[in-house]
Design a protein around this ligand. Structure first.
Ligand code: PGA
Length: 255
């Protein structure tokens, strides 16, 4: 039996108004209220985060930010800080998502600063890594994710390592309907765990939860989650409907 509790997170990206976000989690909380063996979180937009957190009070679903700034406050127009996300009700922050790397110039060094800010604020990061199609076809997948992991986690102490989450999201599988095969995903996850062993030692590495993301749906979740080093999922499109997301949450067999 895996020592790690599965963790399923819905990344809503730039979808849902505040009203729609609240309606979605009102439905979701009822659908997953009996789930005991999985940790669950949703990541709404930052404008909806507080209302979503309130609508989830007393439930088994926690709330994540989708990004934050590395500073706690200051003259950074348009940005949101980790302490603000925490105060609004978040417990987690997704960092280094490939869309942010692609459209917002996010770098490994930048992600590293944000990891520090998130931990400092008393939140936990979900750090995303993953290769592009070109990198995979060039046989560089393991090298790329190794660079991203080492860059993002540079200086993070082993004591906090075990509570972090890493999400492996091959860029070519995000929003494309193309999922990595469970074998492809497991191979990268095993590599990630070996990297973490190098960073923090085997005992800590064995506790870190590694999520897979990229076109996860109710019908492919069970097979992915059955892999020994896949401890959860970061779900985009399929998290926007309560029934679809609940089906993914329930796809992991208990025990
Ligand atoms: P997708 O997105 O499930 O829509 O492919 C995953 C993600 O970007 O986290």
């Amino acid at each position: 039996m895996s020592p790690r509790r599965p963790f399923i997170v819905g990344n809503w990206k730039m979808n849902k108004t505040v009203t729609e976000s609240v309606a979605l989690v009102r439905e979701l909380r009822g659908l997953v209220s009996m789930v005991r063996h999985v940790d669950i979180a949703v990541a709404p937009t930052s404008v909806a985060l507080q209302a979503v957190a309130k609508a989830l009070e007393g439930s088994n679903v926690s709330v994540a930010g989708q990004n934050c700034h590395a500073a706690a406050s200051g003259a950074f127009t348009g940005e949101v800080s980790a302490p603000m996300l925490k105060d609004a009700g978040a417990s987690w922050v997704i960092l280094g998502h490939s869309e942010r790397r692609q459209f917002n110039g996010e770098t490994d060094a930048g992600v590293n600063k944000k990891v520090g800010a998130v931990l400092e604020a008393g939140l936990l990061p979900i750090v995303c890594v993953g290769e592009t199609l070109e990198e995979r076809e060039g046989g560089r997948t393991l090298e790329v994710v190794a660079r991203q992991v080492k860059g993002a986690l540079d200086g993070v102490k082993a004591e906090v390592g075990a509570s972090l989450v890493l999400a492996y999201e091959p860029v070519w599988a995000i929003g494309t309907g193309k999922t990595a095969t469970s074998r492809q995903a497991q191979d990268v996850h095993a590599h990630l765990r070996a990297l973490l062993t190098g960073l923090w030692g085997a005992e800590v590495a064995a506790k870190v939860r590694l999520q897979y993301g990229g076109s996860v749906k109710a019908d492919n979740a069970a097979e992915l989650l059955a892999q020994p080093d896949i401890d959860g999922a970061l779900v985009g499109g399929a998290s926007l409907r309560a029934a679809d997301f609940a089906a993914i949450v329930k796809a992991k067999p208990a025990g």
